[in-house]
Design a binder for this molecule. Structure first.
Ligand code: 6MZ
Length: 305
């Protein structure tokens, strides 16, 4: 049962800006999927439990297993509905979900239908505004990236405002192989990204996730951290948005991430409220939606704080 403190984190209205659909599939949904496809025996690998750690490239093995389990329109519909429902139950009022469109010949899934299916998941009965970022997996190289951008552009132009942007993700530990094959490194994907930007897609890029080729890493330049000074003196004030990334794989939720930040940095409920409210400004939502969210935060504050 929730303690009073837990309840605050759940009631705190939140904005989730970084959630990969297939990484967000909960344990319960995974069980349903496994029952449908019991021949896939690697399913025990789908979540990293509390206290466990995995290397980043091992996390990416997990996605491969999940992709085997989620490979039809029916699966995607079920998974997306469940993920949206779970974020809503966790107090998330605005969600930007990202996912890499896939085609699967055996089930007839196409990239177009993949995006279409997620678009259909907007549910009026839950109090959450959901937008979608079409993801480019860097490992698939420049041609696939360009095709994905074109597909995303079609949805951006034709639809109801649900597709708002483009995400660039994928296993960064494969970068050195990518460099040899000239596929996944950012420099090979620049023209696709430029096209995306020019057609009005907002960009969310995964960068510098691993020690790679940047000067800071090469020359071992230390990052200087003065936590108490920066918190007490408010010297930085740099925009900061708390997110989950892959709530299913990492066994977390956004309330837990807020709780973690609060206990690590000694943040008050008032500061947490500010942190979640200022996230509204960093969404890819159009201005009227941001204003609606701001209003909601003000109303809820009177009831909760
Ligand atoms: C980079 C990540 C990621 O697209 O099938 N993905 N890419 N860094 C991360 N940090 C851990 N977490 C997830 O969701 C799974 C895909 O999202 C990307 C990877 O490309 C992964 O295959 P979708 O819904």
């Amino acid at each position: 049962m929730d303690t009073e403190a837990d309840l605050f984190y759940r009631q705190l209205p939140k904005v989730e800006l970084h959630a990969h659909l297939n990484g967000s599939v909960s344990f319960e949904t995974m069980e349903t999927l496994i029952k449908r496809k019991p021949h896939l025996i690697e399913h025990r690998m789908t979540a990293i439990l509390s206290g466990q750690r995995r290397a980043l490239h091992e996390c990416f093995q997990v996605f491969k297993v999940i992709h085997q389990l989620v490979d039809s329109e029916e699966d995607i519909l079920m998974v997306a509905k469940a993920v949206i429902q779970e974020f809503a139950a966790d107090g998330v009022k605005y969600l930007e979900l990202r996912s890499t469109p896939r085609e699967v010949t055996e089930t007839g899934l196409t990239k177009q239908r993949y995006i279409e299916t997620i678009r259909q998941c907007k549910r009026e009965e839950v109090d959450i505004d959901v937008r979608f970022l079409v993801a480019v997996d860097r490992r698939h190289g420049p041609e696939v990236a360009m095709d994905t951008v074109k597909l995303a552009e079609d949805f951006l132009l034709s639809s109801d405002g649900i597709v708002v942007g483009l995400d660039l993700s994928g296993d960064p530990t494969e970068i050195s192989i990518s460099l040899i094959l000239q596929v996944g490194h950012g420099k090979y994907l620049l023209s696709a990204l430029e096209k995306a930007k020019n057609c009005g897609l907002k960009l969310a890029l995964h960068l510098s996730e691993v020690r790679a080729h940047g000067n800071v890493c090469k020359q071992n330049i230390p990052i200087e951290m003065c936590l108490t000074s920066n918190v007490k003196g408010q010297t930085r004030g740099h925009p900061c948005v708390l997110c989950t990334d892959d709530k299913g794989v990492f066994c977390t939720d956004l309330s837990q991430e807020y709780q973690l930040a609060a206990s690590t940095f000694g943040l008050t409920q008032e500061t947490l409220w500010m942190l979640s409210q200022q996230s509204i400004g960093y969404t890819f939502a159009p201005e009227p939606i941001k204003q609606r969210l701001e209003k909601k935060w003000v109303e809820l504050k009177q009831q909760i704080l």
